[in-house]
Design a binder for this molecule. Structure first.
Ligand SMILES: Nc1nc2c(ncn2[C@@H]2O[C@H](COP(=O)(O)OP(=O)(O)OP(=O)(O)O)[C@@H](O)[C@H]2O)c(=O)[nH]1
Ligand SMILES: [Mg+2]
Length: 491
């Protein structure tokens, strides 16, 4: 076992802390029918994890952690809604799993009133799940939703392979995709928060086991070395969390300055928001030739990209691409990306992009609006944009159009409807309010440029002495050109 491998294993451990020492010689575990090599490998890897968890000293490794899920079985509990809804959720989970790099072997949906508190799917179904896992040769089970540490543990014990939840999966995708220093820090923070909660559960069970085994172990003596280590780990994690929070606050400050700068120059801003994979980056590229990464993968974009664009009448505005949303985005991630999404709370217009070819566009719209609400952007002007009309079903599209009559239909791929969209953006961008009538001397061409860019020109004439302009501009610019105001008799 190489050192490199070792740290990889620890990385896996980060998201799915397992009980460290007890499992290998746990008699119950040994009695389980061995599903061959897989089980053997699993035990080996567990054994490896034991030694490695001490390496938690370097918590920064969480940043680079990947689950490396390979062959997975998906499980979801279906509590309400139609069969179709349940299937859609499952397909989304599949897309998420594939984005994380895994091969989906099978998917099981369990109908229940509530997820089972002990085993999520209900103890009767666990055996069935185990059979599917063994027969497909899966190495991982991914559960939809967010499971408690105890549920994850119980399922792992009884199914015999690694079990992760949707939250861990999404965190993993974010970790793989984060590019900027800030994005990485945000994901790491969310991962550490997730990990910290899991450590707590782990600590509880450990202390019980240690106490049980060294049966004299009540009171002080009952604090096994494992528990002490966990507490050390938790302290380290807490320390790292507060470091990251500091770092992020600083970076947030820098961004706020940049944003304030744009605001002072009164450049209107448009933020492109929407469900992951809706085509936000494609649309940004279409509107600005920005060359932003477009991928048929969820969460391709994690770092907000801002580009300048110009309306037909020459006004400059900014367009910002944002991280995609998804149903039940882990709260920690919403929290972590709050600063990134702050862009949206300041935007003059939100372009809410919807994948018109998705089976449940209204569900996507609702999920996105929920996140917008969470970050405090619910009162921003919103323009719905139904994208991918080239591949959407015509009938479904017609129905959708009735449901959201104000939406604009486009295809970022073919360019269809994009001109309409430009026109609507232009109409909905805030128009500068102060009317000015000025004669700008030739030497101040910079001011003429600014009026072009930041204001709206009503009339323009070239005179011998300079440029005569009637325009509507923002108050800041109005003040700067005030010295060149013309009176009626100069007209
Ligand atoms: N057929 C069709 N496909 C599109 C259209 N717009 C985008 N796509 C495809 O949809 C996929 C996702 O596009 P992106 O632009 O990366 O979507 P996004 O919303 O930025 O996704 P994330 O950043 O992952 O949240 C890519 O495979 C695009 O080629 C469209 O109008 N028609
Ligand atoms: Mg994108």
């Amino acid at each position: 076992m190489t050192e490199h491998f070792a740290s990889d294993r620890w990385d896996d451990e980060a998201v799915l802390p397992e009980r460290p020492t007890d499992r290998i010689d746990d008699p119950v575990w040994d009695e389980e029918p061995a599903p061959g090599d897989l089980d053997l490998e699993e035990r080996n890897s567990l054994r490896r994890v034991v030694g490695l968890s001490t390496e938690l000293a370097d918590v920064t490794e969480v940043e680079y952690r990947q689950l490396r899920l390979e062959r997975v079985v998906l499980v979801s509990v279906w509590t309400s809604g139609t069969q179709q809804d349940a299937d859609n959720t499952m397909f989304e989970l599949k897309a998420l799993a594939e984005t994380a790099g895994s091969q989906v072997l099978d998917g099981l949906i369990q109908r229940r009133q509530h997820p089972d508190p002990a085993t999520y799917i209900g103890s009767g179904k666990v055996q069935e799940l185990r059979e599917v896992v063994v027969s497909t040769g899966a190495d991982t089970v991914i559960c939809d939703g967010e499971l408690t540490p105890a549920q994850l543990r119980t399922l792992e014990d009884r199914v015999g392979v690694k079990v992760v939840d949707r939250t861990a999966l999404i965190l993993d995708i974010f970790a793989q995709h984060a590019k900027s220093v800030e994005g990485k820090a945000q994901v790491e923070l969310a991962q550490l928060n997730y990990l910290k909660q899991r450590l707590r559960g782990w600590g509880d069970s450990l202390s019980r086991q240690v106490g049980g085994r060294a049966s004299s172990g009540a009171g002080i003596g009952g604090r096994g070395p494992g528990e002490t280590k966990i507490e050390t780990d938790r302290r380290r994690i807490s320390h790292r969390i507060s470091q990251l929070r500091h770092k992020l606050r600083d970076m947030e400050g820098t961004r706020a300055i940049k944003r304030a700068d744009r605001q002072r120059h009164a450049v209107p801003s448009v933020a492109i928001v929407g469900y992951t994979n809706a085509g936000k980056s494609s649309l940004l590229n279409r509107l600005t030739h920005a060359g932003v990464l477009v991928e048929d993968a969820l969460f391709a974009t994690l770092d907000p990209t801002t580009r300048r664009a110009t309306t037909d009448d020459g006004r400059v505005f900014t367009l910002t691409d944002t991280v995609g949303f998804v149903r039940h985005l882990p709260t920690d991630l919403v929290e972590a990306f709050r600063s990134t999404l702050e862009e949206t709370t300041q935007a003059d217009l939100l372009l809410h992009v919807v994948d018109g070819s998705d089976p449940d566009p209204l569900g996507q719209i609702a999920a996105v609006r929920e996140v917008l609400h969470d970050v405090g952007a619910q009162d921003r002007p919103e323009q719905l944009v139904i994208n991918k009309i080239d591949q959407a079903d015509r009938d479904a599209l017609a129905v959708l159009q009735l449901q959201v009559p104000d939406a604009i239909l486009v295809s970022a791929r073919t360019g269809e409807g994009v001109d309409d969209l430009r026109r609507v953006i232009e109409e909905r961008l805030p128009v500068p309010q102060v009317e000015v009538r000025v004669l700008i001397p030739w030497a101040r061409g910079d001011l003429v440029d600014r009026i072009h860019r930041e204001g709206e020109i009503v009339a323009l004439e070239h005179h011998d002495e300079g440029t005569r302009i009637d325009a509507r501009v923002h108050p800041d610019l109005a003040a700067q050109v005030a010295a060149f105001t013309v009176t009626d008799d100069e007209r």
